[in-house]
Design a protein. Structure first.
Length: 185
């Protein structure tokens, strides 16, 4: 009986029928995980592009026709409010909820255009975004003169869904920042 059992066993080992099914069963979960990873990282990259575009739109709206000596309704808080409105509109156009955006965990350390003093974030009527203006963009030597601008910074949450991975259901914060030269019209 031992010879027959050994013979049957050797035939089973040499037999290749059904090997494709076993190989497929081993490879398919790995392939599925790779495809899921590509999808979710693509979604994160899409959100990064959308919030970066929103930050650019906000900085552009906050820099329009800036005038340090103008009087009337064109005040610095109004430009900040224009920036917030532009950010909100750009996020909504990208199908993102602007209310999920948050103040950056570490706002940029920027200096004022004329005095060189640190510029703190203003809200423009919203606590979700950091708007700093007028900031110094460039310097032309040891003096504090140079190009003046506006900076917009915020972060947006994104939650991955990758089963059996360390990123599964973890929220990451994607940051967006933009600086634009002030328009002096």
């Amino acid at each position: 009986m031992r010879i027959i059992d050994r013979k049957v066993l050797t035939e089973l080992v040499r037999e290749s029928r059904g090997a494709e099914i076993a190989e497929t069963a081993a490879v398919l979960p790995i392939l599925f995980m790779i495809l899921l990873g590509i999808f979710w990282f693509g979604q994160a990259f899409s959100i990064y592009g959308a919030i970066t575009r929103a930050a650019q739109e906000g900085a552009r709206a906050g820099s329009m026709a800036y005038c340090a000596t103008c009087s009337g309704s064109n005040t610095l808080p109004q430009y900040d409010a224009n920036a917030v409105t532009a950010i909100q509109n750009a996020l909504q156009a990208s199908q993102l909820n602007w209310q999920l955006a948050q103040y950056p965990s570490s706002p940029p350390s920027l200096v004022a255009c004329q005095s060189g003093a640190p510029v703190s974030c203003t809200s423009g009527g919203s606590t979700n975004f950091c708007i700093q203006s007028p900031i110094q963009l460039t310097t032309t030597g040891p003096s504090t003169s140079g190009l003046c601008g506006v900076s917009v910074t915020f972060q947006y949450p994104y939650q991955f869904w990758l089963p059996f991975a360390s990123l599964n259901k973890q929220t990451i914060w994607i940051s967006a920042s933009s600086q634009v030269r002030l328009e002096t019209r």
